[in-house]
Ligand binder design. Sequence first.
Ligand SMILES: *Cc1c(COP(=O)(O)O)cnc(C)c1O
Length: 386
Amino acid sequence: MTNDSESLEISTLLAAAFGGAHGSVTPPIVQSSLFTFDSYQAFEDRMAGRSDTAIYTRVQNPTVAAFEALMATAEQGEAAVGFASGMAAISSTIIAFVKPGDRIACVEHAYPDSYRLFERLLRPFGVEISYHSIAALENDPDLLKGVKLAYLESPNSVVFEPMNLPKVAEHARRHGALTVIDNSWATPIFQNPLTLGIDIVVHSASKFISGHSDTVAGVVVSSNELINRIRDLSLSLLGGKLAPFEAFLLTRGLRTLDARMRQHQATANTFVDRLSNLPCVTRVHSPGANSVPGLRGRSGLMSFELDDSIDIPRLSDALSLFRLGVSWGGFESLILPARVALAQAGEENSMQRFGVSPSLMRISLGLENVDDLWADFESALSKSAA
Ligand SMILES: *Cc1c(COP(=O)(O)O)cnc(C)c1O
């Protein structure tokens, strides 16, 4: 069976991707640390780069490669490389391109652990970091002058402001700055930054890509040249590899990604409408389809701010379908009150630095029935007067 894959939608490509041994429709989990060779010549050819079979699972594994190939397809990149976590993907990408004395320009309200990576690990190594609002990144064509790497999120974390990526990518290209974006929120279903001029896409695959809250993983997608550099330097030498079983779970997640994102979007659209009509909700942060060029949908992670008629701890405890916890993108609905994150022990974090309101509440809308979720939310609100 052959298909002209150029003409197929992502959902079809992701569902149809496998034909394994014995007619299996899923990839085998190749749980082997090393791979042997039939002859001296085959071994030498591989070491000399004249063939490309797997040698050792730290750098290459067939199950991981199956996931990487799907991600490259989904993001319309040439190649992908999997990692043990989103943070391994982010740190390994940055370390492959940045050295002491270089400057990173980072969007405000980036994921808190990305901020900590910059402040606690890279700054002490002599890397300079500056933070910029989305408006400044979009509107100042010379902001990225002298910058080695622009670290972007669209939308950014916690306050979910979207960015005009083609515009920022164009400014970066003019100044020779490499652009890296965390696309975990939109997923390849709702946004393909490589097609908008961005150089490198990173994902926490622990979120929507896994979709089942059972895996911590990351992945990077880009050109062959940039992925080879990340693979040869940071994957190989820092060693944060994706495990075969996790890669298997991620290929399973990808098959339903399109269907899940549509369901998350439908629920999120309803929540945005209804939250916006509640007198106690002062702001809703959730960018929808076409709010910026290239954004095709609204995902299930959003936040909103409450006025002082609502007691946030009481609201949190009155909810039953929404559970209290970190992470997001799974089947289950979650809440994360900003004041819990702001209270994180003994440090200045990005939420404090960039002034997130203590009345903000982040919610991850899962795959439950939307009317059940809304009824739970309304009932909890009615019990939460301050
Ligand atoms: C969770 C998350 C990460 C980190 O990913 P891990 O898989 O937890 O290491 C990075 N970026 C964003 C936006 C996230 O939500």
